[in-house]
Design a protein around this ligand. Structure first.
Ligand SMILES: C[S@@+](CC[C@H](N)C(=O)[O-])C[C@H]1O[C@@H](n2cnc3c(N)ncnc32)[C@H](O)[C@@H]1O
Length: 753
C-alpha cells in the first residue's frame, strides 16, 4: 500500500535511460519524434491491459499508419449494390498491384461488420496516390462519400452504434455526437428502408460550431426524426411531451470526450502530448455525462458508453462509479455473442491510479488508494488544481469492483485486427416487465406494424435483465431544468435562453396557400403529413425553406421552448422556395432539394415523377439551361413541353447509355422554365455526378455573372437556401426510395447521385 514513484522515463519505453535532470524542452523533443512516449508505456504496462508478451506487437501496431476504412451506407438493397460494385469492379482490378518492389493487397471486407458492408484498405497513402488501380478506387471513394453512399469511418468507431441496437420506433439520444459518424449510423438504423420512421434521434454536442458539422454530416442521411441540440451533455435538460409527460430514451449513446490515446495511429501529436493527467482530469466529466444518460434512459433501455482511450480512468473507473451511484438499477450487458467475429479484450476489475499532474511532468507517481493520495496532498507532495480539487475517489477501483461484471466491458486493441483503440460498455436499465410494457404503451412513439410488439420487447428485456427493481420515471436532477414550452407557459415562468441565437421553429398552417400550391404541384396523397411542415420563424410563415418532421419531433417542438432546448436543427429540408423573374406565371414556387426528395417521393401522386435516361442527363449536365428543343424527339421532350413551369422530379433509369452508367435508378429535381430546363443541383455536385456517371466532368462552367440577366425565360439557379439553420448546401444525398413490396424494392431502389 502507499505511493510508488514510476521508473525514470526511457526513450521508446525500454530503450536508453534518460536523466531525471534533463531540461523540459529535451523532454518535448524526446517524446513524439519517434512515435514513443515513455510515460505512456510505463502507464499502460502497469495497467496490465494485455499479457506482457503482446506489448511489442501492441506498440508496433500503434506506430503504423492506420488503414483506411469505410462502410457502405443506406438501405439493404442499395448498400448491396454498392458493395457488389466494389467487390466485382474494383477489387479484381487491384489484385496485382506492385509498388517499389512490394505487392499490396486489394481492399478487404471487415469480417465482423454485419452484412460485410465495411471495408479496409491496407495499402499506405503513397501507394494509393501513385498506382493507377488504387487511384481509381480512391476517386470512386471520394465521389461516393460525397454523395453519401459511403462513409469513411475508423473501424472501431463503427462499433458502439452496432451494440446500441436502435430500432425504427426508438427514441434515441447521441449525447456527444459531433462530427456525427455514429449519428449517421443511428439514423440508418432508425430509417432502414428510408420509410418514414416514427423514431427519434437527438444528436447533441456542447460545441456550437461542431453542431453545424453535425447538421452537414446528417444532411447526407436526412431524417424527419432528427433534432440537433447544443448542450453540455451532463446538463442535458428533461424534455416534455404532451400532457407534461417526460421523454425517456430507449437508446442512449455516450461517446464521451476523452484523452484519445486510442487514436495515436492517426493523431500523431498525441505521442508528444500524452500524460496520465489527461485521463484523470476527464474522468469526472465523463462520469457526470454517463450518470445523466442513466437518468434519462427508460427501464429496459440500452445505453452504450464509449471512449477512444485505453485508460481505465476514463473507462472501467467511470463505469464502476456510475453503477455504484445507482446501486442495483443497471447492469453491464454480456454482448459476447453479438458481433462474434470482433476480437475484443475483457474489461478489468483492477487498475492503477497514477498521478502525473501535467503531460510535461516526467514522473508518474502511483497511489494504491485514495487515502494514500490525500495523505500526499496533505504533505504538499501533490498539488490540487486551482479550484482546490484533486483526484476524485471514483478513479480508484471500488471495493465491489469484482462484483460489477466489468469483464463484460470491451477494450479493442490495435494489434488484434489492425485498428485504432476503443473502449465500449453496454449498460441496460433494469425494470420489471410491467414497467417496460407501461413505458412502451405510454410512449408517444408509434410502433410501426413491422416492429416487435411491446410484449415481445418486454420479454426480451426480461430475459436480459435480472431482478426487477425500479420505478418507471426518473425525476430530473436539479441541474437539469426542463425546457418549458413556449406555447403552453407554466405558472412559474421560465426565462428563455437569450444566449441561444438560432431562429425559432414553428409549424405551418396546413391550409396556407403556399402549402396548397405545393400539394397541388406534387399531387400529394393523403399519406403526406401536411400538418408536419416546419419553418424557422415564429409565425409559421413559409418564407424560404420548409422542413418536414415526424410526429415525435413535432410533439417535442410544440411542448418545449426551443431556446431552452437549444435546437440547432430539426427534420428534413423538403421544399425550398425558388425565385424566378417569371414568378407570376409559376403556380408553385417550391422545389424539392436533394435532402428531401426521397422523403416526399413516397407521397407524390401519379404522373408526377417523370422518367428519363442517361441521354437526357448528359444534356442536363453539359448545359446550364438546355432548351427543351435541344433534347431528342420523343416522350421525354413531349412531356416536358406539356408541363407547367416549376419543379419536376425526374427518375433517371439505371443502365448504360450515352457513354455513362448508372447502377441504380436516381431521382433528381429539374426546374422547368418556359423553354428550357435546369438541373437543380449545384456546380460541385454536378461535377461529382458527372464523374460518377460519365467518368469525366462534362459540365460546362456556369455563365459569367454579367450574363445572368440573359437567362432563359423563367430559368432559375439552385441557390442554396439559408433560413435559420445552417444550410448544408444542396447535398447529393445518398438514399433509397423503396416500395412496401419486397420485389418492388429491388427494382425500385433508387440511388440518388
Ligand atoms: C469523441 S467526440 C464524439 C465523436 C462522435 N460521437 C462521432 O462518432 O463522430 C466527443 C465530442 O464530445 C463533445 N463534447 C465535449 N464535451 C462535451 C459535453 N460536456 N457535452 C456534450 N458534448 C461534449 C466534443 O465537442 C466532441 O464533439
Amino acid at each position: 500500500m502507499g505511493k510508488h514513484r514510476g521508473k525514470k522515463p526511457t526513450r521508446g519505453g525500454n530503450r536508453q535511460p534518460q536523466s531525471r535532470d534533463d531540461k523540459q524542452n529535451d523532454w518535448n523533443a524526446f517524446v513524439g519524434s519517434d512515435k514513443s512516449n515513455a510515460a505512456f508505456e510505463e502507464y499502460y504496462k502497469a495497467q496490465d491491459i494485455m499479457p506482457e508478451a503482446e506489448w511489442e506487437p501492441f506498440m508496433e501496431s500503434l506506430r503504423k499508419e492506420l488503414p483506411v476504412t469505410f462502410r457502405v451506407t443506406g438501405s439493404r438493397a442499395h448498400a448491396e449494390t454498392i458493395n457488389d460494385i466494389i467487390k466485382n469492379t474494383y477489387v479484381p482490378n487491384m489484385q496485382d498491384v506492385e509498388f517499389e518492389g512490394q505487392k499490396y493487397d486489394p481492399p478487404s471486407q471487415l469480417s465482423w461488420y454485419p452484412g460485410q458492408l465495411a471495408w479496409q484498405v491496407d495499402a499506405p497513402k503513397r501507394v494509393v496516390r501513385k498506382t493507377e488501380p488504387f487511384k481509381n478506387f480512391q476517386r470512386f471513394l471520394v465521389g461516393e462519400t460525397e454523395v453519401g453512399n459511403l462513409s469513411r469511418q475508423e473501424a472501431v468507431s463503427m462499433i458502439p452504434p452496432l451494440f446500441l441496437d436502435a430500432q425504427p420506433h426508438h427514441a434515441c439520444l447521441d449525447m456527444c455526437a459531433a462530427p456525427g459518424s455514429k449519428t449517421a449510423q443511428i439514423i440508418e438504423a432508425l430509417n432502414p428502408h428510408h420509410t418514414a420512421s416514427t423514431g427519434l434521434l437527438i444528436a447533441n454536442d456542447s460545441d456550437y460550431k461542431r453542431t453545424h458539422m453535425l447538421v452537414h454530416q446528417t444532411g447526407r442521411m436526412p431524417s424527419r426524426g432528427l433534432i440537433v441540440t447544443n448542450f453540455d451533455a451532463s446538463l442535458f435538460p428533461s424534455i416534455k411531451l404532451k400532457g407534461g409527460k417526460q421523454l425517456q430514451f430507449d437508446r442512449i449513446l455516450a461517446d464521451v470526450p476523452c484523452s484519445g490515446d486510442g487514436t495515436l495511429r492517426k493523431n500523431l501529436e498525441i505521442w508528444n502530448k500524452w500524460g496520465a493527467a489527461d485521463g484523470n482530469s476527464l474522468h469526472s466529466l465523463q462520469l457526470r455525462i454517463l450518470e445523466r444518460a442513466m437518468n434519462m434512459l427508460k427501464p429496459g433501455g440500452r445505453l452504450v458508453y464509449s471512449t477512444c482511450s485505453f485508460n481505465p480512468s476514463e473507462d472501467e473507473a467511470v463505469i464502476a462509479a456510475a453503477l455504484n451511484a445507482k446501486p442495483g438499477r443497471f447492469h453491464i450487458v454480456d454482448v459476447s455473442s453479438e458481433l462474434p467475429e470482433l476480437k475484443r479484450r475483457p474489461g478489468k476489475s483492477a487498475w492503477k491510479v497514477g498521478s502525473q499532474p501535467a503531460a510535461k511532468d516526467r514522473q508518474l507517481v502511483w497511489y494504491d488508494t485514495f487515502e494514500d493520495y490525500r495523505e500526499a496532498v496533505k504533505k504538499g507532495e501533490e498539488k490540487e488544481n486551482d479550484r482546490g480539487k484533486g483526484l476524485p475517489k471514483s478513479l480508484w477501483p471500488p471495493a465491489n469492483a469484482g462484483e460489477l461484471n466489468l469483464d463484460r466491458c470491451m477494450r479493442l486493441l490495435p494489434h488484434d485486427q489492425n485498428t485504432g483503440g476503443f473502449f465500449v460498455c453496454v449498460l441496460e436499465k433494469k425494470g420489471d416487465s410491467t414497467e417496460i410494457a407501461k413505458e412502451a404503451s405510454s410512449s408517444s412513439l408509434k410502433r410501426p406494424a413491422t416492429s416487435p410488439s411491446p410484449a415481445a420487447e418486454s420479454k426480451r428485456a426480461r430475459e436480459k435483465s435480472p431482478a426487477p427493481e425500479l420505478s418507471a420515471t426518473e425525476t430530473p436532477t436539479e441541474t437539469t431544468p426542463s425546457a418549458t414550452p413556449a406555447a403552453q407557459p407554466t405558472t412559474k415562468k421560465e426565462k428563455r435562453d437569450l444566449t441561444f441565437k438560432e431562429d425559432p421553429l414553428s409549424y405551418v398552417d396546413p391550409e396556407h396557400a403556399e402549402v396548397k400550391s405545393i400539394i397541388a404541384r406534387f399531387k400529394f396523397k393523403e399519406s403526406f403529413q401536411r400538418d408536419n411542415l416546419m419553418v424557422r420563424n415564429e409565425y409559421g410563415d413559409p418564407l424560404r425553406t420548409i422542413y418536414m418532421t415526424n410526429d415525435i419531433v413535432k410533439e417535442i417542438i410544440q411542448n418545449n421552448d426551443y431556446t431552452r432546448l437549444r435546437i440547432v436543427s430539426a427534420g428534413v429540408k423538403c421544399f425550398a422556395r425558388q425565385d424566378s423573374s417569371q414568378r407570376t406565371e409559376i403556380r408553385c414556387k417550391w422545389r424539392t432539394p436533394m435532402d428531401g426528395i426521397l422523403e416526399v417521393l413516397p407521397h407524390v401522386g401519379e404522373g408526377v415523377v417523370i422518367s428519363a435516361t442517361l441521354e437526357e442527363l448528359r444534356v442536363l449536365l453539359e448545359d446550364h439551361y438546355p432548351p427543351i428543343d435541344s433534347f431528342k424527339d420523343g416522350e421525354w421532350k413531349d412531356t416536358m413541353q406539356s408541363r407547367d413551369m416549376g419543379c419536376e422530379i425526374i427518375r433517371f433509369v439505371a443502365g448504360k447509355l450515352a457513354g455513362g452508367e448508372l447502377a441504380l435508378p436516381m431521382y433528381l429535381p429539374v426546374w422547368k422554365a418556359k423553354m428550357s430546363l435546369s438541373l437543380m443541383i449545384d456546380k460541385r455536385e454536378k461535377s461529382i455526378l458527372s464523374l460518377r456517371t460519365f467518368g469525366e466532368d462534362i459540365c460546362k462552367p456556369p455563365p459569367p455573372q454579367k450574363d445572368f440577366g440573359k437567362k432563359p425565360e423563367g430559368a432559375v439557379d439552385p441557390v442554396p437556401v439559408t433560413e435559420g439553420q445552417g444550410d448544408a448546401g444542396v447535398a447529393l444525398a445518398a438514399e433509397v426510395a423503396e416500395g412496401d413490396d419486397a420485389a418492388e424494392k429491388t427494382e425500385e431502389s433508387a440511388m440518388n447521385a
